[in-house]
Design a binder for this molecule. Structure first.
Ligand SMILES: Nc1ncnc2c1ncn2[C@@H]1O[C@H](COP(=O)(O)OP(=O)(O)OP(=O)(O)O)[C@@H](O)[C@H]1O
Length: 680
């Protein structure tokens, strides 16, 4: 694959990606964790690359989020989703979801999300997910007792790359092989030419070594499973808790894992344990057996009267003969008993098998001596035989388990990915459940976005009234409000074309823009939205301008006007949301500027909502009939305005000052406030 064709991927990153085994799959699946394994790539960068690959696939220019505030809303959406993940993988993977104008990308995520919301976020599954993470390749393996051998330079280089755990040696001929066989327990010859060569030692000819790495280095697959064991077990638990079909038999997998120690050694084999203990204890056991025999013999001698014939006595005294010579004659039976006790102790304490017991028996000689002594050479032989037996057993078990686990490698990889993907799905499902979401409907080009859910509080409710497109939200509640989600009042709002949004202070104008932006961002990500019903056109871009903090200086004002110059010239069917643009300069000038921008947006059939306190002034200055919607106060309760959060269509809402003057006029009979009221 041509990695540099992916937007944002330069030569260096392409080189890093090419070092991955499965870069193409990872790019296709948005597997950020796998991409982040490329040298020098952070997870953030990996997510950006995955997004780039998706964009390329969908022919998407990636310009949907056109302003800082629009990007901020997207980041907030991502945070809400990320808070609902358990694994680090899912957190990163969510970053591959982004709002787009591409119908095929929206469809793709939509299909994923529709399946995701059906998932039950069962606490037992979430608990199990806690231990799941992407599998890591085995690290830090070095096998010293085995080597590869070849006479071919190319094969040598390839083997060095394929088997970093082993030494690779160059050999010219059978003699070279035989020398290697003296230094290594096993030599694996890679050249066919060595087949049939008769060399002493464990020499195997495996020209197919590269195709069977787990057979040549069983330590690799063992270390892989040992190092990833907890993640694999957790993924198996996830499958069980969630009732997913596992790609392998979980009992068999668990059994295989239980046969491994953390460092990849074999555990749980009685015979191997017996041999290991025997090797460890053989010296101590022989020396105890020796003491046991001597105690036995000493007691026997103590209890015996020994009659020495005169000639014996003389030869003892005159020739310095050792008293041992008497043993064979006088105490033969007692010696035999003592040695039998020693041998029995040795065989029993080391749990030796009959074939091993033979050498063990000979460690104590049949020739009587006192004190009873063991034969060092035979003890070494016993030790060597036990060690060889232990190593043979360990290698056999390793090979068997490695073969077993090797067959499980792919299914386990699939099982862990499925568990991690489930976490992504559950995050979407939890989001949809936590915020009472529904899937939005995209209206066909030229159609009008409407919801027919009826009016709220007696007003027009959510009803589009423009020529076509736009958006219509019914009972939308934003999780980004500064009140708990349960306390958010549902909002109905529909706009097509260019609209001013008026309303009382703190009525919820900014919150309405936030809700619309949030709903559109989610919808165009392919995700469900926090509303009962939403219809919208597929917008080309989202331009959302937040309220500026106070009047701008001349330079900043000029640059803002330049921004708007770009805004009114370009893609059609954009969504433009602007919050109190009038605050950038003095009210008179603001009204004229806003009116001009609205005219241009109207000409290019954009959908736009401009929040403004200058609705009347703008309307007067505009060369077309600008629609004005209003967030109305429906009364005062305990000095606080009671607000209908759903904007009323075609209604200039009365301002807060007007409402207060009206209230004072009602309370005061002087007529002063009545006259003030007439000015509004
Ligand atoms: N739908 C809603 N449900 C519950 N509370 C809301 C809702 N919308 C807004 N509010 C509350 O009203 C407060 C003010 O909202 P917001 O800032 O959107 O009003 P505004 O009309 O833009 O105000 P201003 O005219 O001062 O800019 C919010 O901080 C929030 O606490």
């Amino acid at each position: 694959m041509e990695f540099e064709a992916i937007p944002g991927v330069g030569e260096k990153t392409a080189e890093a990606l090419s070092q991955l085994d499965d870069a193409e799959r990872a790019l296709a699946d948005g597997d950020v964790a796998a991409l982040a394994r490329a040298p020098g790539l952070t997870e953030g960068r990996a997510a950006a690359i995955a997004r780039g690959a998706i964009r390329r696939r969908h022919d998407d220019d990636g310009d949907f989020l056109a302003t800082d505030r629009a990007r901020e809303v997207y980041r907030d959406v991502l945070s809400l989703l990320r808070e609902r993940t358990v694994t680090a993988y899912a957190e990163k993977r969510l970053e591959t979801f982004y709002p787009t104008a591409s119908a095929s990308r929206i469809e793709e995520v939509r299909a994923f999300a529709e399946a995701a919301v059906e998932r039950d976020p069962d606490p037992a599954v979430l608990d199990a997910l806690d231990g799941v993470a992407s599998l890591e390749p085995a690290a830090g393996i070095r096998v010293r007792e085995r080597c590869l051998a070849t006479a071919d330079a190319e094969r040598y280089a390839a083997a060095k790359e394929a088997f970093p755990e082993l030494s690779v040696e160059v050999v010219e001929d059978a003699r070279g092989l035989s020398e290697l066989a003296r230094s290594y327990a096993t030599v694996v010859a890679l050249d066919e030419a060595f087949a049939g060569v008769d060399v002493e030692g464990d020499v195997r000819v495996r020209p197919d070594a590269a195709d069977h790495p787990d057979e040549i280095v069983p330590e690799r697959v063992l270390a892989f499973f040992a190092q990833n064991r907890e993640r694999i077990r957790a993924a198996a638990d996830v499958h069980e808790a969630a009732g997913l079909d596992a790609p392998c038999d979980l009992d068999h997998l668990r059994d295989a894992l239980s046969r491994l120690d953390d460092d990849g050694t074999i555990v749980g084999d009685e015979e191997l344990d017996r041999l290991t203990n025997a090797v460890d204890d053989v010296d101590a056991a022989v020396s105890t057996a020796e003491s046991v025999a001597n105690d036995h013999l000493r007691d026997a001698i103590r209890e015996r009267d020994v009659t020495i014939e005169g000639t014996d006595f003389l030869s003892l005294v005159e020739q310095g003969a050792r008293v041992d010579s008497l043993l064979s004659r006088e105490l033969e039976d007692q010696y035999a008993d003592a040695v039998a006790t020693a041998r029995e102790h040795l065989v029993e304490s080391l749990s030796l098998r009959p074939e091993e017991a033979d050498v063990a028996t000979r460690v104590f000689s049949d020739d009587p001596s006192f004190p009873v002594d063991y034969d060092e050479e035979l003890l070494s032989r016993l030790r060597a035989e036990l060690k060889a037996g232990r190593d043979r057993r360990a290698v056999r078990l390793k090979r068997e388990l490695a073969a077993d686990l090797s067959a499980l490698r792919d299914p386990v990889g699939e099982m862990v990915s499925d568990a991690l993907e489930l976490d992504v799905e559950l995050a979407v499902s939890r989001f949809a459940r936590d915020f009472d979401c529904s899937f939005p409907t995209f209206v066909a080009d030229g159609g009008a976005a409407t919801t027919d859910g009826g009016a709220r509080d007696g007003d027009g409710g959510a009803r589009g009234d423009g020529a076509g497109g736009g958006f219509a939200v019914e009972a939308g509640r934003s999780p980004l409000l500064d009140v708990p989600f349960e306390a958010a009042d549902p909002v109905d709002y529909a706009v097509s074309g260019v609209t001013l949004l008026s309303g009382v202070n703190s009525g919820g104008k900014t919150s309405t823009l936030d809700l619309v932006a949030l709903v559109v961002v989610l919808a165009q990500m392919g995700l469900p939205v926090p509303a009962d019903r939403v219809e919208l056109e597929r917008f080309s871009e989202l331009h959302y301008y937040a309220k500026s903090q106070g009047t701008l200086d001349a330079g900043a004002f000029e640059s803002t006007l330049r921004d708007f110059r770009e805004l009114v010239d370009g893609e059609s069917n954009r969504l433009v949301l602007v919050d109190e643009l009038e605050s950038i300069t003095e009210p008179g000038a603001s009204a004229k500027i806003i009116a001009g921008i609205l005219e241009a947006l109207d000409d290019q059939s954009a959908t736009a909502v401009f929040v403004s306190h200058l609705a009347s002034e703008i309307r007067e200055a505009a060369g077309f009939d600008v629609a004005v919607d209003g967030i109305e106060a429906v009364g005062l309760a305990d000095g606080e305005l009671v607000v209908n959060r759903s904007p009323v269509k075609d209604h200039l809402a009365r301002s807060t000052p007007e409402l207060i003057v009206e209230k004072l006029a009602g309370e005061d009979g002087s007529g002063f406030y009545d006259r003030l009221l007439e000015k509004f």
